[in-house]
Structures are given as C-alpha cells and as structure tokens.
Write a protein that binds this ligand. Structure first.
Ligand code: S3P
Ligand code: PEP
Length: 415
C-alpha cells in the first residue's frame, strides 16, 4: 500500500498503543505458567498476534475478556509442539528459540517477510554447549532445535542483540537446576532489564550477581496472576518528535517509570535543549530552543528513525552514535534512512559508528519507500507532517508490525 501525505494542520492527543516488546514477554511468560494469568493492555500488532498464536501452540488457552484484556491459561509441560511461526518478529524468534529447547522433541521455528532475511547465527555459537542441537537454514530461519536445554555455567557474547539473552533468561528459569550466565559485550541492556522486570512481576527472580553475570534458579514457579503492559515508548517516539519539531501534539498512556529502552528519547531531547512537559493532556515536548542532537543510541537502537527525523528538521549538524546496531533489523536501517532522507534533500553520512545528519529548513517532496520497515514508514510520515511537505510512502502497511493504528491516528490529528 502507498500512503500519500499532504501538508495540513495536524494537532491533538495521541493514545499510545501498548509496548509490543513487553506484551510479547508477558504472553510468553504467562504461557509457561501452570496457572491462569490475566494480561491487561495487550496490543494487536502483528508481532503480538504472532506471539499469541505461538502461546496457543505451546498449550495456552487464551480467552479475550475485552479488546485489550486476555486470560492466558498455561499448559506448557503437557504440550507437544513441533513448529512455531514467529511472523516478522525478531524478538519472537529470539525468545521462542531458547524456550523451545525446554522440550525434548525437535521444534522448528519459521518466520515471514523481513525476519527470514535476518541473521540468526548466534544460536549456533552458544546453544550447542548448552546441550542443544541447532540447524539453521543458510544462517537464517527456519531453525530446528532439539533440547533439552541443560543448566550450567556459560559465557555468551551479547554484542549482536539482547533478544537471545532475554530468551535464555526466561528459558533457564524453567530448567531443572541453577545456571550462571555471563554476558560478554552486552548491548541493548535496558531490554535485558525489562525481561528481568517482567519475570519478577510474574514471581520469577533472577539475580544479576555481578555486572552482567546472572544467577538463574531453575524450575521457578510463575505465580503472579495479573499483569499490565505499559504504553509503548518506541511508538511514542514519532509523535514526541513531531511535538519537538513544533507540532501541537501530546501523547497519553506513557509511564515515566517504564523500563523501556526508548524512554531515553526524553534524555536525547533534553540534552538538545527541548523541554519536557507532563501536562494533563499527556506528555508534550517544547522544542522552541532546540539544538542538533549529540546522542548515543547504541542501547536504544529503535530510536534512530525518529531521531533522524528530528535531526533532519533541526538546523545544524546532529550526530547519533550506534549505527552498527541497525544492520540486522527489519531493513538495514542505517542505509534505509540515508537513502530515503537523501530524497528529501537531507544529507546523511556515516563515519565509523556515527551518523551525521545536516538539518535543513525545508524538505523536498518525494516518493519514498519504507523498505518494508515500520519504523522507516513512521519516521518519514513525521518528516512529512512536521516539514509540511508532500510525501508518498511506499509499503506503508509495514506499520502493522508494531503500530497497526498509526495511519488512523495520523488522520485523526487533521484539523
Ligand atoms: O527485547 C526487545 O524487545 C527488543 C530489543 C532490541 O533489539 P536488540 O537487542 O537486537 O538491539 C530492539 O531493537 C527490538 O526492537 C526489541
Ligand atoms: C527491530 C525491531 O523488532 P524485532 O527485532 O523484534 O523484529 C523493531 O521493532 O524495531
């Protein structure tokens, strides 16, 4: 689908959808429980729907109480599973692969779209020492794993992603016996902390004994019955950027005490001279005195697209560090941002690990592509409305991966 945006006045309040990162964690943990959990504020993005379908394959009986409330009755130990389809969710694949190794029968994990083009070779590097037989298909999905996962003392390189570390933490909490997991070169650490926090909310305690050494007691019962998912800071980053660029937009549904990595957008904006206003209509950003960015996004890589839009429309040279974290996402995001913003007349160059963006006063009208990446589609939409420039975005339906209501929310802001 192509989506055409014309210069108009956009203003109003956005009710932000739930965090797909946290929903996927909560659905999976609830599916591993020997009891019924109630999940409140679950989203309906494609990634969340894929995790729900997999939770059912893992034996959970899921009942919809209302649009955003689910009851999940786990039955993991009694269920035989042979195949899981992760859709396009990188997180789904990286959480479910370690969890699938809790089974003694082989399990094949497949995926769709951009996910089948993403590298998964890290599984071959550490799962075999943990007693798991691993077969990838040309370094990618489908992956076939045969467990069972053996508890022990392990060291794992975490430089490529935090997602498989999160998967291991969840899986080892359900093995027979204690594990000491040392993570070398850990990255996206706030996402690991989120996993520990969600597990803890369900009664599963993992200690970080020393920095990045986790002591995981096995067979921990999942005890908590009710869990509420926070609003999504990653989805909010686009609207907060629009606000920083001068639009009268406020965002409701965000928790300032959230564990989400992308809450760091507030630091990025504060360091760039923006003011954060927590009003009764929601969170607003006042970017009147804004300056270019000088920000390290290594541990919050999903902020790159929104921050690039901010930088593109903020005169001066912005620098964002952490480009190496973008290569193995839904698109090669560093390259996609460079290509598409060049069409808008914004010069972006990458030197080593830093992206330099030269901000402009006016953008050029263009036909741009999302590269089938939800975050590229959303940041281009914000560039269009904040830059008051006509854009046609190709493959605009990519937003369904995290924020299926994005275009409706945008239209609702038209005055
Ligand atoms: O754990 C998570 O929910 C996520 C972790 C991050 O991945 P990396 O750890 O690979 O950076 C992030 O980019 C992804 O969108 C969601
Ligand atoms: C990279 C992302 O997600 P995942 O890795 O879970 O597919 C994302 O949402 O930007």
């Amino acid at each position: 689908m192509n989506y055409a945006i014309k210069p108009k006045t956009y203003q109003g309040i956005i009710h932000i959808p739930p965090s797909k990162s946290d929903s996927q964690r909560a659905i999976l943990i609830a599916a591993l429980a020997n009891r019924t959990s109630v999940l409140i504020n679950v989203g309906s993005s494609n990634d969340e729907m894929a995790m729900l379908a997999n939770a059912e394959k893992l034996g959970a009986v899921i009942t919809r109480i209302d649009e955003k409330t689910l009851s999940v009755a786990g039955n993991f130990d009694q269920t035989i599973v042979s195949e899981l389809n992760c859709g396009e969710s990188g997180l789904g694949a990286r959480l479910l692969t370690p969890v699938a190794t809790l089974k003694t029968q082989p399990v094949t994990l497949t995926g769709e779209g951009s996910l089948v083009r993403r590298d998964q070779t890290f599984f071959e590097r550490f799962l075999p020492q943990m007693g798991v037989n691993v077969q990838l298909t040309n370094e990618k999905l489908p992956i076939r794993v045969s467990g069972p996962l053996k508890p022990g003392t392990y060291s794992v390189d975490g430089s490529e992603s935090s997602q498989y570390i999160s998967g291991l933490l969840i899986a080892f909490s359900q093995t027979e016996g204690t594990t000491l997991l040392q993570v070398e070169n850990s990255t996206s650490k706030p996402y690991i902390d989120m996993t520990l926090h969600t597990l803890k909310s369900f009664g599963v305690h993992i200690e970080e004994e020393e920095k990045e050494i986790y002591k995981i007691t096995g067979k921990q019962p999942i005890t908590e019955a009710s869990y509420t998912i926070d609003g999504d800071w990653s989805s909010a980053s686009y609207w907060l950027t629009a606000a920083a660029l001068g639009m009268k937009i406020s965002v409701q549904g965000l928790s300032l005490s959230s564990k989400q990595a992308d809450k760091a957008i507030l630091n990025a904006f504060m360091l760039a001279g923006c003011r954060i206003l927590n009003t009764e209509n929601g969170l607003k950003i006042d970017g009147t005195d804004r300056k270019p960015l000088d920000f390290n996004a290594t541990d919050c890589p999903d902020l790159f697209p929104a921050l690039t839009t901010y930088a593109a429309l903020t005169p001066g040279l912005s620098r964002i560090k952490g480009v190496h974290r973008l290569a193995n996402k839904e698109s090669n995001r560093g390259k996609a941002l460079q290509q598409e913003f060049t069409k808008l007349g914004v010069a972006i160059r990458v030197e080593e690990d830093t992206m330099f963006i030269e901000g402009v006063e006016t953008l050029l009208p263009a036909v741009v592509s999302s590269h089938n990446d939800h975050r590229i589609a959303m940041c281009l939409a914000i560039a269009s409305i904040a830059g008051r420039v006509e854009l046609t975005i190709e493959q605009a339906d990519a937003v369904g991966k995290s924020y299926p209501g994005f275009w409706e929310d945008l239209e609702a802001l038209v005055c």
